[in-house]
Design a protein around this ligand. Structure first.
Ligand SMILES: C[S@@+](CC[C@H](N)C(=O)[O-])C[C@H]1O[C@@H](n2cnc3c(N)ncnc32)[C@H](O)[C@@H]1O
Length: 400
C-alpha cells in the first residue's frame, strides 16, 4: 500500500511525458502548409513573384529588391549566376533545423535553439492549414463547442489565416516572452493567392545554443482570459501580452482558475483570431488606441480598433464596457436626460446613444401634457410636431 502512491505518481508522469512526445511528433518541424478547401475556393488571383533581375545578386541582403519587399524569390532564381538565397521557405526544408521542441516546464512545450543563431536568421515558418476569414468564423464556433481553449490561428495577410490548431508544424510551440528573441515576418510567396502572406519567425538578436526561442504574442489584456507570464525576463510585465490597466490590476480582481472555468461555461469565448495570435503585422497592428477624452479612470479608455470590415468578436473587456447600464428618460417619444456611469467612455457612450436613437423619435407618440413645462414648449399652429429645449442624445438643444 505504502508504495502505491509513488507508483501512481510515476505512471502519471510517464503518461505526461508520453503525451508531450506525441504532441511534438504530431506537430513536427516539416509539416508543410495545407491548402484548405476554403483557401482553394477563394477567387483571388495567384501571385507570380519575378526572379531577381540582377544576375550578380545572391538575394541575401536588402540590396535585393525581392528581399527588400519581403518577397520570396521563385525557384527559377536559383538558376542565376550568383544563385539565390532568398528561398527561406524552401531552404528551410533542406538545411539543418535551427530548433528543437521539448518541455519548457510550467509553460508546456517550448522551442529551443539547436545551435548558435545569428540575428536575422530565418528560424521556422509558421505552418498550418491556410484558411479564409469565413472558415475561421466556422472554426471558432466548432472549437468552442468541443471545448478547445488553446487555438493558434495567425492572421496571414488580407482575409487569410494560418491555423495549426489541428494540423501544423512546431512553430506553434514558441512560447511568449516579454523580451523575445524572435519576431514574426510576413512574406509574399510565389504561387499563393493574392493577399496571402506566409509567416516566418526570424532571430531578433544573436541567440545562444539551447536558449528558448520566444515571441511576443502581443495580446490585448482580457480580464477573463489573460494568463500570468512565466517568461522570467527582467522586463517581464507579469502577463502574457498587455498587463491589466491600473484599475484592473489588483490580484484579487483577476478571476482564479475555477472562476475562469465557470465564466467560460457562461458563454464567454476565448479570442482566437487577431486576439489569439502572436501579432506582428506589417499592415495592421491591432493595438488599442487611447481616446483623447477627459475620462482617465481605467481600461475603458481602450477603444476596439477595426482593421478591416470583416466581422470580429469583441473581446470581453469591451463587452463589459458595453454592458454598463445607461439611464435615460423617454418623454413623448424622445430620449433625454442621459446619465452614463463614470466607467463609460466616449466610444461606448456613442454606441449607447446610437442604440437609443433607434427608439428616440416617434412622431405619433401620445403627448404627456403633464411632463411638458410651458417654458420649454413651443407649439406651432400648423405643425403636429412641437419644439422644445431638452437634454437629448446629442446634448442640450432644441428638438422637434
Ligand atoms: C502558442 S502556445 C505555446 C506552446 C505551448 N507551450 C504548448 O505546450 O503547446 C501558448 C500557450 O503556452 C503557454 N505559454 C506560452 N508562453 C507562456 C509564458 N510566457 N508564461 C506562461 N505560459 C506560457 C500558455 O499556456 C499559452 O496559452
Amino acid at each position: 500500500m505504502v508504495n502505491q502512491a509513488p507508483k501512481a505518481q510515476k505512471s502519471t508522469q510517464n503518461q505526461e511525458t508520453q503525451n508531450i512526445k506525441n504532441t511534438i511528433k504530431k506537430f513536427h518541424a516539416n509539416v508543410q502548409p495545407i491548402l484548405h478547401s476554403s483557401y482553394k475556393a477563394n477567387q483571388a488571383k495567384v501571385v507570380r513573384v519575378k526572379k531577381c533581375w540582377d544576375e550578380n545578386c545572391d538575394c541575401s541582403t536588402e540590396d535585393c529588391d525581392n528581399v527588400c519587399d519581403r518577397k520570396v524569390c521563385p525557384k527559377s532564381c536559383t538558376l542565376k549566376k550568383a544563385g539565390c538565397r532568398n528561398q527561406v521557405f524552401e531552404e528551410y526544408r533542406l538545411k539543418d533545423k535551427l530548433f528543437y521542441a521539448e518541455s519548457s516546464g510550467e509553460k508546456g512545450i517550448g522551442l529551443f535553439a539547436s545551435r548558435d543563431i545569428k540575428k536575422y536568421d530565418f528560424i521556422v515558418p509558421y505552418n498550418g492549414e491556410i484558411i479564409t476569414a469565413a472558415e475561421l468564423e466556422i472554426r471558432k464556433k466548432k472549437y468552442k463547442e468541443i471545448g478547445v481553449i488553446h487555438t493558434y490561428p495567425f492572421k496571414a495577410g488580407r482575409g487569410f489565416y494560418i491555423d495549426p490548431t489541428e494540423r501544423g508544424n512546431s512553430a506553434r510551440f514558441a512560447n511568449h516572452s516579454c523580451d523575445p528573441n524572435m519576431i514574426a515576418q510576413k512574406y509574399v510567396v510565389n504561387n499563393r493567392k493574392e493577399g496571402f502572406r506566409a509567416i516566418g519567425y526570424i532571430a531578433d538578436r544573436d541567440i545562444e545554443k539551447h536558449s528558448e526561442l520566444t515571441i511576443n504574442y502581443g495580446y490585448d489584456y482580457d480580464p477573463v482570459l489573460s494568463q500570468r507570464c512565466l517568461c522570467g525576463a527582467e522586463a517581464c510585465k507579469g502577463w502574457i501580452g498587455q498587463p491589466p490597466p491600473p484599475a484592473d490590476a489588483k490580484d484579487d480582481e483577476h478571476p482564479n482558475d475555477e472562476e475562469v472555468e465557470s465564466l467560460l461555461d457562461e458563454d464567454e469565448e476565448r479570442r482566437i483570431d487577431d486576439d489569439d495570435e502572436p501579432l506582428v503585422d506589417e499592415e495592421d497592428e491591432n493595438i488599442p488606441t487611447k481616446l483623447n477624452n477627459s475620462k482617465s479612470n481605467n481600461y475603458s479608455e481602450l477603444m476596439p480598433v477595426m482593421n478591416s470590415l470583416e466581422q470580429r468578436e469583441l473581446s470581453n473587456v469591451y463587452k463589459k464596457i458595453l454592458e454598463i447600464p445607461v439611464r435615460a428618460q423617454l418623454k413623448n417619444g424622445l430620449i433625454s436626460e442621459l446619465q452614463f456611469e463614470k466607467e463609460d467612455t466616449e466610444w461606448s457612450e456613442n454606441m449607447k446613444r446610437a442604440i437609443l436613437n433607434t427608439i428616440s423619435f416617434n412622431p405619433s407618440a401620445p403627448r404627456d401634457e403633464k411632463l411638458e413645462s410651458d417654458e420649454d414648449k413651443e407649439w406651432t399652429e400648423n405643425n403636429t410636431a412641437f419644439f422644445t429645449n431638452e437634454k437629448t442624445l446629442e446634448g442640450n438643444c432644441q428638438v422637434a
